[in-house]
Design a protein around this ligand. Structure first.
Ligand SMILES: N[C@@H](CCC(=O)N[C@@H](CS)C(=O)NCC(=O)O)C(=O)O
Length: 215
């Protein structure tokens, strides 16, 4: 049995949920509340599982896996249908690049620990923190829009007409932008693809508000 340690609002957890649901895999949900009691990710029990003190962590049998992209590629190799990466070498690289624009360049800058550091250590007020958040959304979504709008590989989804790792990363980032009231209207291709994804049951079921630990 697969067990996913996660938090409903965590976009890295959301990516793994989408992948599990696209592949039709059953899993046990384990809640790690990132805010309750100073953050359950810092408890000694959880730290023993994930020394990064972050969600998600996936446990498959006795094996512990960290990092959402590594987890998703593991699931994709172990359960190949439906494939989340295209076949060709260049096509795979394109999908991974789109996923990494989100996972490496956008998401880490607006992570909870970064925002808490801006607030609590550097004493920025909420308007400055919002400016920070929106700055990195603007850079990242601008990049994604150009990469998606300008490529003949883009179809109903980020790459062709079925969801890939790129869509699995894009949708949680769009949800996060909406939560932080960032205007997505300058990014019509991003919005169109997110809507196409959210029309699929796997994406719908993976939404933060649908999770057992949703506030
Ligand atoms: N690169 C990691 C990022 C994981 C991550 O940033 N998780 C966030 C939630 S989305 C977290 O646990 N934050 C806890 C904290 O900042 O204290 C992955 O893709 O799994």
């Amino acid at each position: 049995m697969i067990k996913l340690y996660e938090y409903f609002r965590s976009s890295a957890s959301y990516r793994v949920r989408i992948a599990l649901k696209l592949k039709g895999l059953d899993y046990e949900h384990a809640s790690i509340h990132l805010r309750r009691g100073g953050g359950e990710q810092f408890s000694p029990e959880y730290r023993a599982l994930n020394p990064q003190e972050m969600v998600p962590t996936l446990v498959d049998g006795g094996d512990v896996l960290l990092q959402s992209l590594a987890i998703i590629e593991y699931l994709d190799e172990k359960y190949p249908e439906p494939a989340l990466l295209p076949v060709g070498l260049l096509e795979k690289a394109r999908v991974r690049a789109l996923a990494q624009v989100v996972a490496c360049e956008m998401h880490p800058l607006n992570n909870l620990r970064v925002l808490e550091y801006l607030r609590n250590e550097l004493k920025h007020d909420e308007s400055e923190v919002t400016r920070w958040i929106h700055t990195w959304f603007e850079k990242g979504f601008g990049t994604l829009e150009r990469l998606l709008a300008d490529s003949h590989h883009t179809g109903s989804f980020c790459h062709g007409d079925s969801p890939t790792l790129a869509d699995v990363c894009l949708v949680p980032q769009v949800a996060s932008a909406q939560r932080f009231e960032f205007d997505l209207s300058p990014y019509p291709t991003v919005q169109r693809i997110a809507e196409a994804c959210n029309a699929l049951p796997a994406f719908e079921q993976a939404k933060p508000g649908k999770q057992p630990d949703a506030a």
